[in-house]
Write a new protein. Sequence first.
Length: 577
Amino acid sequence: MRNFLLPALMLIVALTFFQRPAQAQQSTENAETNKPKTANSELREKAFAMLESLAGQLNTLQSAENRARIGANLAESLWPRDKTRARALFLLVQEDIRSHLTIPVFEDETERQTFLVFLKLRSDTLDRIIKYDAELAYSFFKATEVDLDNLPPYLFEEERKLDLRLSQKLAAQNPDVAVRLARRALERGFPEELLMILGRLGKKHQAQMQVLYKQIVQKLRNADLKEDEQARAFISGIARYYQPPIVDELVFRDFVGVVTATSAANGCDRKPAADDDDYLCQWASAVLSTVGKSDSAGRARQRTPEDDEDDRRGQHGRALEELEETAEEGSIDDILALLNKYPNLADDIYWRAMRKARNEGDVDRMRKIAEEYKGNPQLRYQMLEVVAHAQRQLSFDEEQLAQVQEQLAATPQLQQRVTLLLQAVYRAGASNPKTALKLLNQAEQLIETMKPGKQQSRDQLLLAMLYCLEKQERGFAMMESLVPKLNMLVDAAVRLDGYDTSYLREGEWNMSAAGHVGDLLTDLARFAEIFAWSDFDRAMNLAAQFERPEIRMMAQMKLAQGILAGPHKRQLIGRGY
């Protein structure tokens, strides 16, 4: 039974109540809400006041993990408001993380787990800082470095990628630091991420891109291409995307020379072309064919129409990469702004903007994008169909209600019936609040018949959240009975610390704790924005009832961040296209 229960709950959590980034002030200014702007402004002021108060309480925490975790969240949330305070908080976080990054004896499970937690905190904090200050991010990275040579292999690879990720992020903001980090990675091999770093540097910082390209070619001269598969794959990527005039012609000749020298050393010029058994000759031939604009010595030859077509394909590929990068890191407006730069990619740009709007549950924006698009009639029709499908998903009529009731009648398992009802409630609430309320009451009656325990508690929490999403008083009434129960469960878990799982670290509740009680608190944090937007003051009063200070501070912080993230938007289940 357990195998079904957890996936059923996680389906609701993952597909409908997705966890937005804790810090989303960038989009908050544009968040649409039915409340007047003055009411929103007052809520934001209350949220900032709470975050500032929590920042003042940070030094009361005993656990370095909790100070670092809560401090990093607070710093990120306060940055738009008070950069000086945020910087100071990040520096405090840096010290707490650095003090716990001594490589442990990995046979000791407690030491190993603590070290892994702080490695993750380091990575997460770095991602937070990168958004705002490249120099501070690099300073944090250097101050919290670990000894890679003494890490076990499974951790070494993850840490190796950290400087590459930072280099990619900094390529546009601080190209000199990006090159330094890329050079560090180059000392340990030829990771494919270097290709993306070259591309990002090339957009605005040609000089730094040329410097990195030259250093790469110098390193390739000493590579054993016969044995180093990673180096061969890397060369193939360089050959495809980085040729003159994008890169310096003299350095490019050196690059081609690396391949021709390997080919000659392997006797490829003396072997028949049909020798399929020699992988190295096949590889060298493919690379030299790709760089066919130059002869084996790197001398330029007369261009052909095929060369122009290759260039167009390369430019198209780089444009698509920029589109995907923008879609991943930017807003819908950022995506659509690429129309001015790449008008030939209008179909891809509009479609990617449509997907972004759909992922954000913004049907109105989806419709606007589809209506603005004036290109391929068939694609426009498909886009309008996606909009119609999304609208159907967020609608709920009598026919759909009847279907739900039929499914319930055919479903004997109690937990499956509860899950079915909760999913239906979420959909119905978008367009049919009265039906949603009826389904909520029906779900509550079923949950009351469940055997007391972890599953009933989790479903009660989901139910309370859904009541609050529908602006129903019942949601907070349920939470007023659940919070004391959570306090008792936390107290019991503390007494059993080390038996079920390790709930404590340095005498305080471990926010990354596994176990059933930890799962309940994590779910509560996921739903914070819904409670906050239902009634912020009442939600704060409930959070203040948590007996352990660290849990109370985390709950209050999540509620404040929920306000800054903007009102909840119902998510669309399934892709629809």
